[in-house]
Design a protein around this ligand. Structure first.
Ligand code: AMP
Length: 355
């Protein structure tokens, strides 16, 4: 096959960008990282790095002229930056997906508009919206999340009849939020789907996720759930991928409740719950993302092993020597200098039984 793409531009410099750049290198494709922070994890694995603000038009133009295609590794890239770059080079995934995953209100409206169930939700612009919604729903409990910039449990609060609406609203420090009904889920899963330029779709099996202090701590792959739920999750992910004309990877986070699936959120990118695919699948989530945005055909997403992925958060890096002695463990460190509490320093994938 003729390789057209020599260099892929990646907006964002975190570990997802780093692992995408490593996957690109394996395919003989260079990566140029664009990130406002110096010494970011992705910049350390490629010589091509621009350290500049996302609004710096001159730096963006130079970056675009040095690459063949552009993608991003996190969802808070300003839409204006994408608009600017899209006039210069193809940017995948396209803006529609990014736009809806940047705002929880748009995201939920979009999911519901294509027939995908979410937790009950209502927009929130004041303390009285909280009281009015809870009265309408005839409940006293909910979760309130800022519409934008929330991650790892940040920008969200649990509200109950012992809370004061005004205090809850003020504590969110936002102008726009979403009120969500509390889902008493049995477990949390996520599913990653890839779609190429020709519209071919392939999904990895859904996985089961465990969190600690709102941060993903462990992923069990594939999830030990009935085939019927696996198929339902894959159908949902495919529906979203097609509705946004996805080129690349997206991740759908789901709650499973009484055998039913409720969508929580969409990440327009590769995901922490997909790191196990590096060792346990023929083609990792990172490689399939690179393949898709570079116009290459997707590789197999069928795992050959069960796997467990453990995040190394903060001081967990001290356990690395223990994992290094395990014959079935692969250690990944992201090159971050300081092990601050809550910081994802690396992960370990432990291969289990063959599938
Ligand atoms: P999110 O930022 O939306 O991914 O939420 C972070 C975590 O909060 C999720 O992984 C769930 O554990 C929990 N959570 C979020 N939304 C809900 C909900 N509507 N009901 C129950 N738990 C939730």
């Amino acid at each position: 096959m003729k390789m057209e793409i020599k260099t892929i531009g990646i907006l964002g410099g975190g570990q997802l960008g780093r692992m995408s750049a490593l996957a690109a290198a394996q395919l003989g494709i260079n990566s140029h990282i664009y990130c406002p922070e110096d010494n970011c994890p992705a910049s350390l694995v490629t010589p091509y790095f621009t350290c500049a603000d996302y609004e710096d038009k001159s730096a963006l133009s130079k970056f675009a002229s040095s690459v063949d295609v552009i993608t991003y590794e996190f969802e808070n890239i300003p839409l204006k930056t994408i608009d600017f770059l899209a006039k210069l080079k193809p940017v995948y995934p396209e803006k529609k997906l990014l736009e809806c995953s940047q705002n929880r209100l748009k995201e939920k409206a979009f999911l519901n508009s294509i027939g995908i169930e979410t937790a009950p939700w209502a927009p929130c612009h004041s303390a009285s919206d909280i009281d009015d919604t809870l009265r309408d729903w005839q409940t006293s409990e909910c979760i309130i999340k800022t519409a934008r910039f929330g991650y790892d449990g940040k920008g969200q609060i649990f509200h109950s009849d012992s809370s004061n609406s005004q205090e809850s609203w003020v504590s969110l420090n936002t102008e726009e939020a979403v009120i969500e009904g509390l889902i008493k889920f049995d477990y949390e899963t996520s599913i990653i789907v890839a779609r190429d330029l020709l519209g071919n779709v392939a999904s990895y099996p859904a996985v089961m996720n465990e969190h600690s202090n709102h941060i993903l701590s462990k992923t069990i792959a594939p999830a030990d759930i009935p085939l019927e739920i696996q198929e339902k999750a894959a159908k949902m992910a495919k529906k979203i991928a097609e509705a946004v004309d996805l080129v690349g990877i997206l991740t759908l986070e789901l709650f499973i409740i009484n055998g039913d699936i409720v969508a929580n959120e969409i990440a327009p990118r590769t995901h922490n719950s997909g790191h196990w695919t590096i060792e346990a699948c023929p083609t990792s989530q990172f490689e399939n993302h690179v393949r898709a945005v570079c116009g290459l055909p997707l590789g197999s997403t069928q795992p050959h092993h069960h796997a467990e992925m453990i995040n190394l958060i903060g001081d967990d890096v001290k356990d690395v020597p223990k994992y290094m002695e395990m014959p079935n463990a692969s250690v990944h460190l992201y090159g971050k200098a300081e092990a601050r509490a809550g910081r994802k320093m690396g992960h370990v994938t432990i291969l289990k039984d063959k599938i």
